[in-house]
Design a protein around this ligand. Sequence first.
Ligand SMILES: C[S@@+](CC[C@H](N)C(=O)[O-])C[C@H]1O[C@@H](n2cnc3c(N)ncnc32)[C@H](O)[C@@H]1O
Length: 206
Amino acid sequence: MKSSIWNFWASRYDRLWVQKYSLKPTRNYILNALSENKDVNNIKVLDLGCGTGQLISEMAEFFSSPIITGVDFSEKMLDISKSRNPGAVHMQLNADELDKLKGNFDVIICSHSFPYYKSPEKVLHELNRLLKNDGILLMAFASGNNVYDKFALSFVKLTTGHAYYPSDRVFREIVSPYFHVADLQIIKEKFFMPRIALYKLKGATK
Ligand SMILES: C[S@@+](CC[C@H](N)C(=O)[O-])C[C@H]1O[C@@H](n2cnc3c(N)ncnc32)[C@H](O)[C@@H]1O
């Protein structure tokens, strides 16, 4: 998928109505899931598909002296994140080219970005490489788990272009060579919203 659709959304992103029912609740769940790491100093965090950097700024307040890297392939999304988070490292990179990224992260977050990757298995392979042995990967995405979710998500696709929203069963199959599922939380703020799955993953080979 091209970054142009995300460049289009960048200046509008923080005002989208899904912020209230989907994106903000997801960020709250992620921060809650991170609470056991809260007192760690200088924690190294990667936010893959960081968008306008809302979560980066919330994490910067949450942790003490975090070292946060935000990666996104949309130049315009990154521009907003850079001005919001001058203390974070930013890289414009396609997730399908993560082999170009070096690092050893305590926490990797991928929130509402995974469904848009062309080569999800390749991304998971690289995320496994980039994660420390005792690190955690938090992956959140709208999940096409039942007929209603698939129906609702077909409207989302109209705004994002090609996307694949895996069901729980399919996602577990895709991740199993690289990660095991340590925890799963379901976020569903309103009955009309598709369910959002937040997976806490640990390296399968670590
Ligand atoms: C729905 S937004 C999510 C932004 C933020 N993580 C959040 O939760 O609000 C999806 C983000 O993923 C980025 N993205 C989509 N496909 C990508 C890819 N192949 N490589 C890197 N970033 C990608 C988009 O540019 C966009 O910023």
